[in-house]
Design a protein around this ligand. Structure first.
Ligand code: NAP
Length: 272
């Protein structure tokens, strides 16, 4: 397993994303992910599965300290009192005293200024309810405002071979924060790339494995693929026995074509 050390905290570079996993399927998927070796789990209030994620973790024999668990405060809950109250509910559902990372899921200042929401998350951190706080879907301008106000541990954004995140990566590195890649497999579309196919054949791997390796091999980048299939979960974790050359890393970077899969325009304050 590759770990990145961010602000003195080790973070497993490969995590398990749980979007659209619900009920028993979610509990079983997280239990299986933990058995495979995943130690970084990504959930959110909006996924309506914190209780199932929590139940799977509670039933496993993995010590809590060995895990890195992220949840996210939804856009409707960013008023400071609501952020505190809903995070308390998240922790009850997760059966945890704290999460490792608490994120603002999408920017939305219609309920409170960004700084006020960040202050609420910082208060939760001081109370021991979150080890770190961060943001998700923040553009360079918004991220700069956040880091000017407080210590930000992470920006979680869409990142895969077809969408460059060079500006956010440079910013992450200059502020010692993690860039977490969501939809890292471009929701399965990486399988269709001839270049990824060619590189994967050279290594005896699949295009999904090469893509995940490309992400976690980058400084300060984590990836959180979601897989409802057990075979995909195992395959995605099997990326620590090979290495991409500098030339291969560059060749994958050149696939970037501005392809965004998640339409951000529903979020009131998202702008490129
Ligand atoms: P993704 O991980 O890029 O793609 C998931 C899709 O790829 C599923 O259809 C899955 O199929 C398939 N897949 C997984 N492994 C595969 C493999 N080895 N070979 C072929 N296909 C494979 O996309 P995502 O679910 O959008 O993103 C991942 C996680 O990022 C989410 O679960 C969530 O935790 C997070 N996320 C965050 C935000 C945000 O706003 N912060 C937004 C989107 C996502 P099966 O399910 O059939 O196995």
């Amino acid at each position: 397993m590759i770990e990145h050390t961010i602000q003195d905290t080790p973070v497993p570079a490969l995590g398990f994303g749980t979007y659209q996993l619900r009920g028993t399927a979610c509990r079983e998927a997280v239990a299986d992910a933990l058995a495979i070796g995943y130690r970084h789990i990504d959930t959110a209030q909006a996924y309506e599965n914190e209780a199932e994620v929590g139940a799977a973790i509670a039933a496993s024999d993995v010590p809590r300290d060995d895990l890195f668990v992220t949840t996210k405060v939804w856009v409707d809950n960013l008023e400071p009192g609501t952020a505190r109250r809903t995070t308390a509910q998240s922790l009850r559902d997760l059966q945890m005293d704290y999460v490792d990372l608490l994120l603002i899921h999408w920017p939305n200042e219609s309920l409170a200024p960004l700084e006020a929401t960040l202050d609420a998350l910082d208060a939760l951190k001081e109370d021991g309810k979150a080890r770190h706080i961060g943001v998700s879907n923040f553009t360079p301008t918004l991220l700069q405002r956040a880091v000017d106000h407080t210590t930000i541990f992470c920006n979680q954004v869409e990142y895969h071979p077809f969408l460059s995140q060079d500006a956010l990566l440079a910013q992450a590195r200059s502020h010692d924060l993690l860039l977490t890649a969501y939809s890292p497999l471009a929701r399965g579309q990486v399988l269709d790339s001839d270049r990824l196919q060619a590189i994967s054949e050279r290594h005896g791997k699949t295009p999904a494995q090469v893509t995940l390796r490309w992400l976690v091999q980058q400084e300060q980048v984590a990836a959180i693929p979601k897989a409802s299939s057990a075979q995909h979960r195992a395959e995605n974790f099997n990326i620590f026995d090979f290495h991409l050359s500098d030339e291969e890393m560059r060749a994958i970077h050149t696939l970037a074509a501005g392809k965004r899969l998640i339409d951000p325009t529903f979020a009131p304050d998202w702008e490129q």
